[in-house]
Design a protein around this ligand. Structure first.
Ligand SMILES: Nc1ncnc2c1ncn2[C@@H]1O[C@H](COP(=O)(O)OP(=O)(O)OP(=O)(O)O)[C@@H](O)[C@H]1O
Length: 612
C-alpha cells in the first residue's frame, strides 16, 4: 500500500497552555504571505497616493486659472493620476484575491488534515455538520480577514494619516477641526464593531448547527420518512436557521450603524471645515483655492475611512471565525497514523484481553475487567445482550479508544506499544453497517490495498459471491457505486466489506456480524469466506446468529461489561443460564428455521455520534 501524501500540520495550532489572542492568530495565517500582502498594500497605497496628490494638483489648476495662466500641464497630470490610480486598484484587487485564495486553501487543507485524523472520542462527541461548516464557511471569513481585512485596515490607516499630514500643511487649524470630528465618530465605532463580531460568531455557530441538524436528518433519511418525522426535523433545522437569522439581523443593524457613522463622519467634517474655513477666507487668513483643496482632502478622506471601516468589519467577521477554526487545531488527533507500517506476513496471533477496564467519557464502566483469549488462527464469537460491551472490545482492540486499565495483546505484544497505524494494519474490521466509499466497485475493494493483484481480487469476489454481481453490472468492476453510482443492497455492501477485508490479508479479522440481511445462500457463502479467512488469520466476531456461534472455536459470553462465561456451544448450553436463555429465546428458533435464516442474537441500532 502506498502511503497517502501528508500535508503539513496546521500553520497556527497553538497549545492549550498559551493561546494567543485572535488578532495574533490572524496575523499567523497572514504571515506566510506577508511579502505578497505587503506588495498588495504598496499597490493600494500607490493608488491612494495618486488620489492624495489630486487635490494638490487641482489646487494648482485652480490657481493657474485664477491667475489667467495656462493649466494644460496640471490638467494632464491630473488625468494621468486618475488613470494610474484606477490601474493600480485593479492590479491590487487581482493580486490580493489570489493571495486570499491561497490562504483559504491552506486553512482548508489544515482543517481537513486534522478533521480526518480526529480521535474517535472527539468524533463521537462532535456533530459532523458543525465540523464541516468550519471548513466551508468559517475558513472563508478567516481568509477575508487575514488578507483583505488587514490590507484595508493598513491602507485606510496609512492613507488617512498621509491625508491628515498634507491637510496640516494646508492649514493646521482646519486639521484640528477635522480630527476633532473624526475622533468623535471613531469613538462611537469602537463601541459598535465588537458587537458585530459577537453577532457574527453567534451566526456562524447557528449555521454550524443548521449543518449539524441537516447532517443528522439526511443521514437518517429513511428513518425520518418511515416515522413521518419530516415536520419535526424541519422544525429542528428551522430553529437553527432562525438563530442564524436573528444573529444576522443584529449584525446587519450594527453594520448599518457603521455605514451611517462612517458616512456622517465625512459630511460632518465637511460642514465644520466649510464653516470655520469660510470664516477664515472671509477674514483673509486663507485663500479660496486652499480652502477648496482642504475640502477636497476632506472628501478624499471618505476613501481611507471607507477602507478602514470595511477592513475593520472584515476583521471582526474573521476574528469571530478564528475561534472556531482554531478550536479544530486544539482537538486531539491521532498523530501516529501517517506512516506506512511494515507489511504483515507472520502467522495468525493470539489476541488477549487482560483485565481490561474502560469507561466512555462521563459514563459508568462499559468494560469492568474483561479477560479472555482469542486463540491464534481460531474463530472466537462474542455474544451477549445489547449493551454488554461487545462493540467496545472491538473499539479498544483497534485503539479507537484507550483502556483505562489492563492490557490488550496481539501475538503477545501490548498494542499500547504499537502505533495505531501498526495495530490497524494487522487488523481488518468489518462493521455491521459497512459504508460504501465513493468510487467504483474496484476502488472500494482496493481501498486499503491499491496494489492487490487481480487474482486476489477474483478470489475475494468468488469467496463472497460478489462475482455474480460483477458479471451483472454494465461496467463490471469499474461500475461506480454508492451515492453517485449503483446503489448496493445491505447484503451486497456487507459482502463488499468482507471482500475488502480479505484482500488485506490481515492477521486478525474483526467481524461485527453482518449476516442479518443475507439470504441463506449468501450467508453460507460468507461462512465459507470467514472459514477460509480463519485458516490464515485469527477471527473474532460479534455473533448475532446461531450458525456463527456453533461454528466458533470459542464463545465468550459478555454481560454488563464482564466476561460471564467462556466455552463451546454445547458446553455453554449445559453450563450457562444466560447463554441457554439466549439460545432458548432466539437460537432454537433459528435452528427450527434452518439455521442461516435465524434471527439475530442481539439487535442494535446504527450508532450515531452522541453530540447533537
Ligand atoms: N460512543 C459511546 N459513547 C458513550 N457510551 C457508549 C458509546 N458506545 C457505547 N456506549 C455505551 O457502552 C456500553 C457498551 O456498549 P457496546 O456498544 O459495547 O455494547 P454491545 O454489546 O456492542 O451492544 P450492541 O449489541 O447493542 O451493539 C453501553 O452501555 C453503551 O450505551
Amino acid at each position: 500500500m502506498t502511503a497517502p501524501p501528508s500535508p503539513p500540520p496546521p500553520a497556527a495550532a497553538p497549545s492549550p497552555a498559551a493561546q494567543p489572542g485572535p488578532l495574533r492568530v490572524l496575523f499567523g495565517y497572514a504571515r506566510p504571505h506577508r511579502l505578497v500582502l505587503a506588495a498588495s498594500l504598496l499597490l493600494v497605497l500607490a493608488a491612494s497616493v495618486s488620489g492624495l496628490v489630486q487635490p494638490l494638483v487641482a489646487q494648482r489648476v485652480l490657481e493657474a486659472l485664477a491667475a489667467g495662466d495656462s493649466a494644460t500641464g496640471p490638467i494632464a497630470w491630473l488625468a494621468a493620476l486618475v488613470v494610474a490610480g484606477a490601474g493600480l486598484t485593479g492590479l491590487q484587487s487581482w493580486w490580493q484575491q489570489r493571495t486570499a485564495e491561497r490562504v483559504v486553501r491552506q486553512v482548508r487543507r489544515d482543517l481537513v488534515f486534522r478533521l480526518i485524523r480526529l480521535r474517535v472520542p472527539e468524533l463521537d462527541r462532535r456533530a459532523p455538520g458543525d465540523l464541516i461548516a468550519r471548513v466551508t464557511s468559517d475558513s472563508t471569513l478567516l481568509q477575508n480577514a487575514a488578507t483583505e481585512g488587514l490590507v484595508n485596515v493598513a491602507n485606510g490607516t496609512l492613507s488617512m494619516a498621509g491625508a491628515l499630514v498634507l491637510m496640516g500643511t494646508v492649514h493646521a487649524g482646519l486639521l484640528g477641526v477635522t480630527v476633532a470630528v473624526l475622533g468623535t465618530v471613531t469613538a462611537l465605532l469602537t463601541v459598535v464593531l465588537p458587537r458585530i463580531r459577537r453577532a457574527v460568531s453567534r451566526a456562524q455557530e447557528s449555521v454550524g448547527a443548521v449543518g449539524a441538524a441537516l447532517d443528522r436528518t439526511l443521514g437518517a433519511a429513511r428513518t425520518v420518512k418511515a416515522n413521518g418525522a419530516e415536520a419535526r426535523e424541519t422544525a429542528a433545522a428551522e430553529e437553527a436557521i432562525d438563530g442564524a437569522y436573528r444573529a444576522g439581523l443584529t449584525g446587519a443593524r450594527y453594520a448599518a450603524w457603521v455605514r451611517v457613522l462612517s458616512g456622517v463622519s465625512v459630511q460632518a467634517a465637511f460642514l465644520a471645515v466649510l464653516g470655520v474655513g469660510g470664516a477664515l477666507v472671509a477674514s483673509g487668513e486663507l485663500t479660496a483655492p486652499a480652502l477648496i483643496a482642504f475640502l477636497l482632502y476632506v472628501f478624499y478622506l471618505a476613501g481611507p475611512i471607507g477602507s478602514l471601516v470595511a477592513g475593520l468589519g472584515t476583521l471582526q467577521l474573521g476574528l469571530g471565525a478564528v475561534g472556531r477554526v482554531e478550536e479544530v487545531g486544539r482537538m486531539p488527533v491521532e498523530e501516529d497514523v501517517d506512516h506506512a507500517p511494515r507489511p504483515v506476513q507472520g502467522p495468525p496471533p493470539a489476541v488477549e484481553f487482560d483485565d481490561v477496564r474502560f469507561s466512555y467519557p462521563g459514563r459508568g464502566p462499559a468494560l469492568g475487567g474483561v479477560s479472555f483469549t482469542a486463540p491464534a488462527g481460531g474463530q472466537t464469537a462474542l455474544v451477549g445482550l445489547s449493551g454488554a460491551g461487545k462493540t467496545t472490545t472491538f473499539a479498544l482492540l483497534q485503539r479507537f479508544y484507550e483502556p483505562t486499565a489492563g492490557r490488550i495483546r496481539i501475538g503477545g505484544v501490548d498494542i499500547a506499544e504499537l502505533g495505531r497505524a501498526e495495530v490497524r494494519r494487522r487488523i481488518a474490521y468489518v462493521e455491521q453497517d459497512a459504508p460504501v466509499m465513493a468510487g467504483t466497485l474496484e476502488e472500494n475493494l482496493r481501498y486499503a490495498e491499491p496494489d492487490a493483484p487481480p487474482e486476489d481480487i477474483a478470489e475475494a469476489l468468488r469467496l463472497t459471491r460478489l462475482d455474480a454481481l460483477v458479471a451483472r453490472l454494465p461496467e463490471g468492476l469499474r461500475t461506480p457505486v454508492g451515492s453517485r453510482g449503483v446503489t448496493l443492497s445491505g447484503g451486497e455492501r456487507q459482502r463488499l466489506a468482507i471482500a475488502r477485508a480479505l484482500l488485506r490479508r490481515p492477521e486478525v479479522l474483526l467481524l461485527d456480524e453482518a449476516t442479518a440481511q443475507l439470504d441463506a445462500r449468501n450467508e453460507q457463502a460468507l461462512r465459507e469466506a470467514v472459514d477460509s479467512a480463519a485458516r490464515r488469520c485469527t477471527v473474532i466476531l460479534i455473533a448475532h446468529r446461531l450458525s456463527t456461534v456453533t461454528g466458533a472455536d470459542r464463545i465468550v459470553v459478555l454481560e454488563h461489561g464482564r466476561v460471564r462465561a467462556v466455552g463451546g456451544h454445547q458446553e455453554l448450553v449445559a453450563s450457562d443460564a444466560l447463554y441457554r436463555e439466549l439460545a432458548a429465546s432466539q437460537l432454537l428458533v433459528g435452528e427450527e428455521d434452518g439455521g442461516p435464516g435465524a434471527p439475530p442474537l442481539s439487535r442494535r441500532p446504527a450508532r450515531r455520534p452522541s453530540a447533537g
